[in-house]
Design a binder for this molecule. Structure first.
Ligand code: AHG
Ligand code: MN
Ligand code: MN
Length: 335
């Protein structure tokens, strides 16, 4: 029988053998995984656990919150605040940062998360997830402030997501490639099921919300038009389309079999750079994709190079198979 490698063992080996992660970061990732397990339980119970439906509150971005958005946020905070590994947390669902209370020791890491991604899919039993990103508090800064979080994605020290689908799968990078862990519910532990994940450079599958087509900018429209033209068109091949409306699930498919995902700027809200959030969604997903050999840009620059100006900043996102992302990006450069 091949030996099963648990997330715990994987992290211990990353720490001990490869020297990739300090012990505090290992602890942090274990705690995030434990929180994801508990969110997975809640998701699994669905109506039986009374977790479906709206919460009748709005978040800082003016979006209606679902009960599970709030539950997942609380689970992540409660799991992470007391371990001594964190200085503060920031979440898509909280207006401002959450500083670790004085009664607990303060660590040197900053944790950012989208506690529940794909909220519109919760009540219809379609895959949703949790996305997280870890930064180090800048050295020499006394206390902790929002400003400490405003670091480009290239400074992340760990990033990942957990997708709650037919299986619960945790996907992680600490800068040494991408590894996937499947939750074994009987054992209660995440088991390594794929290492050195690689996204093929070419693809015949694209993901975008087509209902926004009339609002797109010319480069995105050109790219999608060429995909739709299929064999007879410029690209000389037929394309397939998928749109799950959970970024975690769309990115998981791309890490598994390739593809391109786009949520571009559009004319509905011209003053916003995009819909997705740079710090909670785009940065962690972009690093995972790059670590798997793919690419991620906002049409003009590498997402991981963007210097955030504010915590809840939004961004246009094009990520996935390298050659396709480079093609869409080059269309932007030509206009
Ligand atoms: P969230 O549920 O965290 O607000 O994120 C939803 C995001 C992303 O997961 C998905 O790709 C996109 O919004 C779907 O947007 P549309 O409903 O506009 O297609
Ligand atoms: Mn989201
Ligand atoms: Mn969310």
């Amino acid at each position: 029988m091949t030996q099963r490698i648990s997330l715990t063992r994987y992290l211990v080996e990353q720490q001990r053998v490869d020297g990739h992660i300090p012990s505090q970061l290992r602890l942090l990732l274990e705690v995030v995984a434990r929180a994801c397990k508990s969110i997975s339980q809640a998701v699994n119970k669905g109506d039986l656990g009374g977790v479906l439906g709206a919460a009748s509150t709005e978040n800082v971005q003016g979006e209606m919150q679902k009960k599970l958005d709030i539950i997942a946020n609380e689970v992540l905070i409660e799991a992470n605040e007391w371990g001594g590994h964190l200085a503060a947390m920031a979440s898509e669902e909280m207006d401002s940062i959450y500083v670790v209370p004085n009664r607990y020791p303060q660590g040197e890491y900053l944790l950012l998360f989208d506690p529940l991604d794909g909220s519109s899919n919760i009540d219809v039993n379609v895959s949703i997830g949790t996305i997280f990103s870890v930064l180090k508090k800048p050295e020499g800064s006394a206390g902790v402030s929002e400003h400490d979080f405003l670091q480009a994605g290239s400074h992340q020290v760990a990033a990942g997501y957990c997708v709650y689908g037919p299986q619960t799968t945790l996907v992680l990078t600490v800068g040494d490639g991408v590894a996937m862990f499947t939750l074994d519910r009987e054992q209660g532990s995440f088991v390594l099921t794929q290492e050195h994940v690689q996204i093929p450079a070419d693809t015949k599958e694209f993901a975008i919300n087509m209902s926004n087509m009339r609002h797109w900018d010319a480069p995105v429209k050109r790219y999608v038009d060429e995909c739709l033209a299929g064999k007879e068109g410029e690209r000389g091949k037929d394309f397939n389309m998928r749109w799950i409306a959970s970024m975690v699930a769309d990115v998981h498919r791309i890490l598994t079999r390739g593809g391109i995902f786009m949520y571009p700027w559009d004319k509905r809200e011209p003053n916003k750079p995009g819909k997705l959030r740079l710090m909670y969604e785009a940065n962690p997903m972009s690093w995972l994709v790059e670590q798997a050999g793919g690419a991620a840009t906002n049409g003009h620059q590498r997402i991981l190079d963007i210097q955030p100006g504010k915590l809840h900043e939004r961004v246009s996102v094009i990520l996935g198979s390298k050659n396709e992302v480079e093609r869409v990006t080059s269309y932007h450069q030509k206009t």
